[in-house]
Write a protein that binds this ligand. Structure first.
Ligand code: IPE
Ligand code: IPE
Ligand code: MG
Length: 248
């Protein structure tokens, strides 16, 4: 690949794809056009992530709170996700992409759930990029379901409270088996998590970019990775240079 690729490529990048509506409004277009254009940015980003050697890419597609939007917008967003899977699943499979879906699967209406399951099943043995689609996802909901599942095990006598560890909680989350995100990117200038990966983001680096999601590009992605590579991640300990200074 090109020599502009940073040395320290994050294993897992998670993206809060925000600003579709504002992108459209700025052009006098309906919000739905922003969502449509956003799908193109998704395609480009997935390809770029694979090329850059990222192993996990999580995309926040629809939150557990996005049902609060007007019904027409919700229907439009679900339609775009379904169309994306129908149209792109074959190509993603050819690219050796494995698809995982996180979020609550209970009470999903219509043909969305079978499609999500088909995407996971078709690609389950692929070994290049893992594309994690966060759909009907909210971190508090995810943690609540994990805690309830542990409580059921305690009630049934299969688990003792003193044996509950962070690793055990990890294993009950929708993201079980997926490493924590190294980098979380949010587009559109908003600087909040909006109920995304609260547990998993404990030591993530955050990069907020002002660009709206439909304008996200390979070049912008590469520039965020460059910023990430310059970060000093310590995980509560000391960095190599700090440790050297202590010794001197
Ligand atoms: C992101 O864009 C897409 C989803 C949340 C599904 P928005 O629809 O939130 O766009 P803004 O934030 O209103 O501009
Ligand atoms: C977060 O964006 C959810 C997704 C990107 C799918 P929102 O646009 O829903 O977040 P808020 O409401 O501005 O916090
Ligand atoms: Mg938004």
């Amino acid at each position: 690949m090109s020599d502009s690729i940073p040395i320290s490529v994050p294993e897992h990048v998670a993206i809060i794809m925000d600003g579709n509506g504002r992108w459209a409004n700025a052009r006098g277009l309906p919000r739905s056009m922003g969502h449509r254009k956003g799908v193109e940015a998704v395609r480009e980003t997935v390809r770029a992530a694979g090329d850059m050697g990222i192993k996990f890419l999580t995309l926040f597609a629809f939150s557990s709170e996005n049902w609060r939007r007007p019904e027409a917008e919700v229907v439009g967003l679900l339609g775009l996700l379904k169309a994306f899977i129908r149209r792109d699943l074959g190509e993603l499979h050819r690219q050796n992409v494995r698809i995982r879906v996180i979020g609550d699967r209970q009470n999903l209406q219509g043909d969305i759930l079978p499609l999500l399951i088909e995407a996971e099943e078709t690609t389950k043995d692929n070994t290049a990029l893992t594309l994690v689609i966060a759909f009907n996802y909210g971190s508090r909901d995810e943690i609540t379901r994990a805690v309830a599942s542990l409580a059921r095990d305690v009630e049934a006598g299969r688990l003792r409270p003193q044996d509950i560890t962070p690793a055990l909680i990890d294993a009950r989350l929708d993201t079980a088996g997926i490493p924590d995100p190294d980098l979380i990117i949010r587009t559109s200038g908003e600087e909040r998590l909006s109920n995304f990966l609260l547990w998993q983001a404990a030591y993530s680096e955050f990069i907020f970019v002002p660009d709206y999601w439909p304008d996200f590009s390979r070049a912008l992605f590469a520039s965020t990775l460059k910023r990430y590579a310059a970060r000093d991640r310590r995980f509560g300990a000391l960095s190599a240079s700090q440790t050297a200074a202590v010794g001197s």
